[in-house]
Design a protein around this ligand. Sequence first.
Ligand code: 6PG
Length: 243
Amino acid sequence: MASRPRIDVSADFESLAHRVAQWIVDLACATPNRFAIALSGGSTPKRLYQLLAAPPLRDAMPWERVHLFFGDDRFVARDDPNSNYGMAHEAMIAHIPIPPQNVHGIRREGTPDDAARAYEEELKSYYGSGALDPKRPLLDVNLLGMGPDGHTASLFPGKPALEVTNRWVTGVPEPGLNPFVPRVTLTYPALDSSKSAAFVAAGADKMAMMKRVWAGEQTLPSARINPVGELIWFIDRAAHGEG
Ligand code: 6PG
């Protein structure tokens, strides 16, 4: 791993979710202009989304300046239980006063690669350029999870999406893990164009893989996240091996 991550340990899952939610609100309040967050899927961030969508954090967040993106999504209908958009909508988006045009979901249209191209255009239009400038990151906060095989977003070990550098978004016809539905994912260049990239991981079953990622094993997609800004791992004590 090129940039050394900051490790931030919370007592348990609930305090971890509170810690990350408050961190996001503080960053958004301290940022004068629009504020772009890439959401992740999986089971860990749901509680964090619920906290952002309820008082007191909901009322502290400058939602009119916030733009929500997705680091990846499964290529399924939005009401499918596997949809990352569906989960984020139910837990947060439906309950916050965000302008609808600031919610940038990955649409299920055509093939996964068609959807990836359309999403890339949406990201470029938000960014205002087709070329990423390291001095002006695309994302303010890039929320990431780590799967049991070391995947992050929908970048799975050994899959072609890992090597895509000429696109911001790509289709993933064959994911490496359950649910085995095609996906659409941001590529490394887009994921790394972030001021803060934050992994959120909880539970003892994450510990062994996390340590391999921190040791920089390059076959593990999570180990290759190298943002232009800071890299933080928000974890709980169990993931840290403290019981
Ligand atoms: C996805 C996710 C994925 C997730 C990890 C961790 O769409 O599959 O974005 O990358 O973040 O698999 O998931 P858990 O939080 O469920 O452990």
